[in-house]
Design a binder for this molecule. Structure first.
Ligand SMILES: [Zn+2]
Length: 198
């Protein structure tokens, strides 16, 4: 048996966690998209575009907390978005390799730090709930973990751009991290195929 918590307090608590994550995303998404375009960083722009999917994803997850029979679709959406992010990162890397551009390091650096901070806050928000056998919260936690690792890579890339003017690092960050995001997506897909057994 997977999720068996019926306690109303926990339900409200989980929905509050998702609502806070949603607010963080509402702030970070426009900032990263603007920052990606303004600085010329494709990795930052990729993250910003990807995070727009969080708005739909988290809203649905919030709804699922009251209707457990739809939990399957929340996990399915998370796996789908992770695999889509991996593809997006791969295409972005190819784009940057074939059309290199100079990147504004300072803008990329401070905005990527804000993005990473937002992800870290969400990890601390989701971790306790994910340990409580809620597959909905577990899939959000897995997704946030992969987002944070990507955000961390963008910060490292931004440091390289800012201090050493290595703009090519943008493509490297995307190439190094897309397999990891892809694997996270596949793990959640496996979870879907094993659904009945739980
Ligand atoms: Zn994400």
């Amino acid at each position: 048996m997977g999720y068996d918590r019926c306690d109303h307090t926990h339900l409200i608590e989980d929905r509050t966690r998702i609502a806070i994550a949603l607010l963080i995303n509402l702030f970070v998404v426009p900032l990263e998209i603007w920052g990606g375009i303004f600085s010329g960083s494709f990795s930052l722009l990729s993250d910003g575009f990807h995070m727009t999917s969080h708005l739909a994803l988290l809203s649905f997850a919030c709804f699922v907390e009251t209707k457990k029979k739809y939990e399957f679709y929340s996990v399915f959406l998370n796996s789908l978005f992770l695999i889509r992010l991996a593809m997006f990162m791969f295409c972005g890397a190819l784009w940057r390799i074939f059309s290199p551009a100079e990147i504004l390091g300072a803008t990329m650096l401070w905005i990527s730090c804000v993005g990473l901070f937002g992800d870290i806050v969400q990890i601390f928000l989701m971790y306790p709930a994910s340990r409580d056998h809620s597959r909905n919260m577990m899939s959000i936690f897995a997704h946030t973990l992969s987002d944070a690792s990507f955000s961390f890579a963008i910060v490292v890339g931004a440091i390289c751009v800012y201090f050493w003017k290595i703009s090519g690092i943008d493509a490297v960050v995307l190439l190094v991290f897309f397999p990891q995001v892809f694997i996270w997506g596949l793990k959640l897909t496996k979870e879907i195929f094993c659904w009945e057994k739980k």
